[in-house]
Design a protein around this ligand. Structure first.
Ligand code: AMP
Length: 300
C-alpha cells in the first residue's frame, strides 16, 4: 500500500553536546519519508520557501519518494532550532518559525486522493484535517503531534483525534494532552478522544503499543553512539507506518513488528546529525538490526 505523509520539510539548527549544524535538512515529513521509503511508496505533502535547497532531497527522490505534493511558495522555509542537554532526552526548542506554513492551504494532486495509508506528521492540526478531508477512502490514519500544538491549538487537535486510528506520541505529551500525571490513566483518557490505539515513544527506554485489550512493549536498540536525537520520533513513525503499509494488513502481529521496525529506524536516525545516517542505510542494515531485536527480546 502507498503512504501519504503531510508534515514539515524544514531547515533545522541543532546543537548537541557533540556539535552543531545550521540550516540542516529536517522536518517531520522528511524524516518520516527517509524511514518509510525502505518499505513502501511514500508521497509527500508539504510547503517550502524560495530559499529551499532542493538538492538536499535528491537522495529521497532517488529512493522513490514522490514530491508531487511539495509546493514552493514565496517566503522562507519553515525553520526550527533546538538545543540538547548532556542528557539527550532533554531538549529546549530555541525557535519555531512557521514561515510559509502560516499561509499553506494544501490542495492534493488528484492521484494522491486514492492513497489508503495516511500519516499526519507533526504539523498544524488544521493542515492535518484539510489533508484528511481530501482523501477518498482512508484505510489507516496515523497521527503524530508535539507540545507546540498541544499547548497552542488544543481544540483543533481534538478535532483531528476524532478521525484517526492510531496516535503516536511520547510520554510527556500523553501527560500534557490528558492532564493526567499517571501515564496509564493518561493513555486511557486519550483513547476516549478517538484513536483506537496509542503508540508511546519513551526514547532510550523503548516504545509500547496500547489499546483497550492489548499491550506490547519493546526496548530501544542499545546504542553506544548517539549524536542527534532530532527526528527520531518521525523516523520511528516512518518505520512503523511504512512496515504496516508494506504488509497492507493491520493485525496484532504486524503492529508489534511495526513497533520494532519503528524503534530500529529511530535508532539509525540518532547516530548522525540531520538525515546523514538515514541517507546511508539499506534494507539489509534494517533487517540485521531486526534479527538483533529478535535475539535481544527472546525469553525462552
Ligand atoms: P522530533 O525530534 O521527532 O520531534 O522531530 C523534529 C523535527 O520536527 C525537526 O526536524 C523539526 O524541523 C520538526 N518540527 C519541530 N517543531 C515543529 C512544529 N511545530 N511543526 C512541524 N514540525 C516541527
Amino acid at each position: 500500500m502507498s503512504v501519504l505523509v503531510v508534515g514539515s520539510v524544514a531547515l533545522d539548527t541543532v546543537e548537541t553536546p557533540f556539535g552543531k549544524v545550521d540550516d540542516a535538512l529536517g522536518g517531520s515529513a522528511t524524516y518520516f519519508s527517509a524511514a518509510a521509503c525502505h518499505f513502501t511508496d511514500v508521497n509527500v505533502v508539504a510547503v517550502v520557501g524560495e530559499d529551499f535547497p532542493f538538492s538536499k532531497i535528491d537522495f529521497l527522490k532517488d529512493r522513490g519518494v514522490n514530491f508531487d505534493g511539495l509546493i514552493q511558495k514565496p517566503g522562507k522555509t519553515f525553520r526550527w532550532g533546538g538545543k540538547y542537554h548532556l542528557d539527550l532526552n532533554q531538549r529546549d526548542t530555541l525557535f519555531t518559525h512557521l514561515n510559509v506554513f502560516e499561509q499553506f492551504d494544501p490542495v492534493l494532486p488528484e492521484h494522491y486522493r486514492e492513497i489508503p495509508y495516511i500519516f499526519l506528521a507533526n504539523i498544524h492540526p488544521q493542515l492535518q484535517l484539510k489533508v484528511l478531508e481530501q482523501i477518498k477512502k482512508p484505510q489507516l490514519v496515523v497521527m503524530d503531534t508535539m507540545n507546540f500544538w498541544i499547548e497552542g491549538t488544543p481544540e483543533s487537535l481534538k478535532q483531528v483525534l476524532k478521525k484517526i486510528n492510531i496516535l503516536i506520541i511520547n510520554d510527556s505529551e500523553v501527560r500534557l494532552l490528558s492532564g493526567e500525571t499517571n501515564l496509564f490513566l493518561g493513555i486511557k483518557k486519550l483513547l476516549q478522544l478517538g484513536p483506537q490505539m496509542l503508540v508511546i515513544k519513551k526514547g532510550e527506554h523503548g516504545a509500547f503499543l496500547f489499546n483497550n485489550h492489548a499491550y506490547f512493549w519493546t526496548p530501544a536498540y542499545p546504542l553506544e553512539q548517539l549524536f542527534d536525537p532530532t527526528g527520531a520520533g518521525d523516523s520511528f513513525a516512518g518505520g512503523f507506518v511504512g512496515y504496516l503499509a508494506k504488509t497492507g494488513y493491520v493485525c496484532d502481529k504486524n503492529l508489534r513488528k511495526g513497533v520494532v521496525y519503528g524503534s530500529i529506524l529511530g535508532s539509525f536516525c540518532v547516530e548522525k546529525f540531520s538525515l546523514d545516517r538515514l541517507r546511508e542505510i539499506e534494507l539489509e542494515d534494517i533487517e540485521q538490526r531486526y534479527q538483533q531485536f529478535v535475539r535481544m527480546t527472546k525469553i525462552e
